[in-house]
Design a protein around this ligand. Structure first.
Ligand code: V47
Length: 376
């Protein structure tokens, strides 16, 4: 398999095979790989690059799963840093943003797998957020959490989703997929749902008309073959349901967790995963360069390696910052607009379902330029 023969398949709209995916990961010419991914990206979106205004709320870090990859979770309230937000504390996070005149369009809610919070806590949490801002899109609870609710509260996955939807749930985030191969899951996250269960939650959500995202955590102990198998399983579900909106490659961050002996993936790995994902996942519309995970400079570069979205303003991100991310805690909308323009792309503010919220002159501008009058 050469890049030329793969490129012919891409141009003819032929889905790439497992062998093609493996060959792309081994392709020595990163820039040629990136150029092919960029060609696909530009054919669909030109140089338009989306972002949204969002807020992360992590209601609790109490978690029964104890995943080796995680720096966020705590086993009990006695451990330093353990917390559970009261409902008013969680709602106030949104209220504070709104009172500061920041019109967030999305809240991203994910947390640990608590064995003590009642189901009402989660439904009340969503209902209270929606009450405070009825137009808010609530993207909440990874498939791992939904599966945990199914087990803990003895409800079918569909019933869990129905109750959450009635309370305000609009879509599911893509977290918790990690790497589907059971060899890897047994080492990095043995106590959470398996690949089939993760995929089944998304299948059910899609069948109910809910959209969701998907992810792959790379850079722990997985092989190239296991990465490709992961991407192909996502692609197969998308062929069936068309419910995934975006794929988010998640770079492993090794601080403060049981896998701290592993090196973090390099920027070359980051760009390669992004480009391969764009080429293999031809049926998933968007590839997000999540700047919190990649760092700002690599995320900007990823916009030339297949990515067409930078995620959002974020604010209050905990999972990556506890694992060593040195990205800022939040970006102002004007800052994201600037970063996209500085990367040579055209910024577009979107909502969660990728409808345009603002573009061109309607986008926020930075208050002041640097002394030389040039963008910093
Ligand atoms: O589920 C946890 C991963 C995910 C670490 O759907 C880690 O729009 C790296 O899913 N190093 C949470 N990764 C983030 C996530 C996400 C982010 C942005 C947008 C969306 C979306 C989803 O982060 C977790 C897990 O897979 N993770 N610990 C770590 N040490």
């Amino acid at each position: 398999m050469t890049l030329t023969s793969i490129s012919e398949k891409v141009n003819a709209g032929v889905p790439l095979s497992f062998e093609d995916g493996v060959a792309l990961f081994h392709e020595p010419d990163l820039l040629k790989l990136g150029a092919l991914a960029n060609q696909v990206r530009e054919r669909r979106y030109g140089d338009r690059t989306t972002f949204n205004r969002n807020l992360h709320i992590n209601p609790t870090n109490l978690c029964v799963a104890s995943c080796a990859l995680c720096s966020f979770s705590r086993r009990s309230l006695e451990q330093p840093g353990a917390y559970t937000l009261s409902l008013s504390q969680a709602w106030d996070k949104l209220k504070t943003r709104l009172e500061a005149g920041d019109p967030v369009t999305e809240v991203h809610v994910v947390g640990g797998l608590s064995d003590s919070l009642p189901f009402d806590y989660y439904t009340d949490l969503l209902a209270g957020l929606k009450r405070r801002l009825p137009s808010l899109h609530i993207k909440a609870f990874s498939a791992v959490e939904i599966f945990h609710f199914h087990k803990l509260f003895q409800l079918q996955v569909r019933e869990v989703l129905q109750h959450l939807r009635a309370a305000g749930l609009d879509s599911l985030p893509g977290g918790g997929a990690e790497i589907f191969a059971s060899r890897v899951r047994q080492r990095i996250c043995p106590n959470k749902c398996n690949a089939q269960e993760w995929l089944d939650v998304h299948r059910t959500a899609h069948q109910m008309g809910l959209r969701s995202n998907c992810t792959m955590l790379y850079g722990t102990i997985e092989t190239i073959e296991e990465r490709v198998e992961h991407l192909l399983r996502l692609r197969a579900l998308q062929d069936e349901t068309s419910g995934f909106q975006a794929f988010i490659p998640l770079a492993f961050h090794p601080e403060n967790n049981s896998l701290a002996h592993l090196p973090a993936p390099s920027a070359v790995d980051d760009l390669r995963v992004c480009a391969v994902a764009r080429l293999v996942l031809h049926n998933i519309p968007h590839i997000k360069a999540y700047w919190v995970s990649l760092g700002i400079k690599t995320a900007q570069t990823a916009l030339w390696f297949g990515a067409d979205d930078l995620d959002g303003t974020v604010q209050e991100e905990k999972i990556y910052h506890l694992a060593g991310s040195d990205a800022p805690q939040a970006l102002a909308p004007a800052e994201i607009v600037h970063l996209i323009r500085a990367a040579g792309r055209t910024p577009v503010e979107r909502d969660t379902l990728y409808s345009v919220v603002a573009e061109g002159e309607a986008l926020p501008a930075r208050a002041c330029a640097s002394p030389a009058g040039e963008p910093r």
